[in-house]
Write a new protein. Sequence first.
Length: 108
Amino acid sequence: MRLIFALLTLISSLLADDFITRMEYAELLYLNPRGIGCDKCHGNDAKGKVIASFRQKGEIRKLIAPPISNITKANFFKALDNPKTVMPKYSLTNEEMESLYEYVTKQP
């Protein structure tokens, strides 16, 4: 899968806008930025979802990924650059983060 993503990235850079649109590229990033897609935790619509339920000290608890469709740009970049909790660390360029931000904030 990484090879396919790398090839798509290379081809898109060679062909520029003639191959895929910026939003198509952003969707590819959302689905698989670097190993695990944002959709796995934040949902297909970036509205957030329950990642896991577990029992702790007799109580059922939930690990919930927050919605990112209405996050500020500063907080979005901060979360990607310096994740604090279970958020994975991604090595994204500023252009990739810009594309992702545009994609998640334009979700219906």
